[in-house]
Ligand binder design. Sequence first.
Ligand code: DX5
Ligand code: ZN
Length: 213
Amino acid sequence: MDAPTLPKTIAKYISPSILVYSKAEAQAKLHFVQEHYTNAHLHIDATDGRFVPSHFWCKAHDFGRLTIRNSFEAHLMTFHPEKRVGAWKRAGASRIIFHFEATPNPLRVIDTIRKARLEAGIALNIETNPDKLELILDKIDAILFMTIVPGWAGQPFHPEMIEKIREFHKKHPKQFIIVDGGVSKENAPSLISAGARQLVSTSAVYGKHFAHK
Ligand code: DX5
Ligand code: ZN
C-alpha cells in the first residue's frame, strides 16, 4: 500500500485516526496501524449526522467487538456526548473527547467522564476562542484544537491555528494539547514547536489510498 513514511521525530507524536465507512475499513486500518504504529495511541472518530453532517461507521458497541491492541480515545463529534460515555468505556476507550460547541453544559459532561474513570478532553472548532475554557481547564486532561472543519478527513489545514496554539501553550504550558486535521510532515514541526503533544491524522498516516474527501 502507498502509505507515507514520516520521519521518526514526527511519527512519535502521531495518533492515527480511525474515521471509517465500514467494519472492513476499520479492520484494515487497525491492521495497518498495529503494524506501523505499534505503540501509538489511536483516535476513533464518531459522528452523529447532526453536530457534523457526515455519517460514518462509528458505533461504540461495534468497535468494542473488534480487537484493538492500542490504547485509544473517542472523538465525539456529536450532540449529547454524555449519553455516549458508558458505551465508549465498555468499548475500551481510555479518553473521551467531546466538543465544547456540542453541549450547553460542558462541566456536566466532564463529570460524567470522570465518574466513568476516563480521561476527559475538550475539542474546539477553529472559530471557538479557547479563553472560553478558562474556568474548566483545570478539570480536563487534554484540549484538542481542530485545524480543519470537523466531519471529514482530507481537508486543507488552517495555518492560522499555529499561532493560536502557540499563544494558548504560552498561557497554559501544562495543558496537554492535541491537534486534529490536515497534519502533514510539512506543518508538524511548527505544530510541535507551538506546543502540540499529539497530532491526530488520517491523511499523513494512510496516504491517499484511505483518505476520504
Ligand atoms: C475529522 C476528524 C479527523 C480526521 C483527520 O473530523 O476529526 O480526526 O480523521 O483527517 P486528516 O488527517 O485527513 O485531516
Ligand atoms: Zn478527530
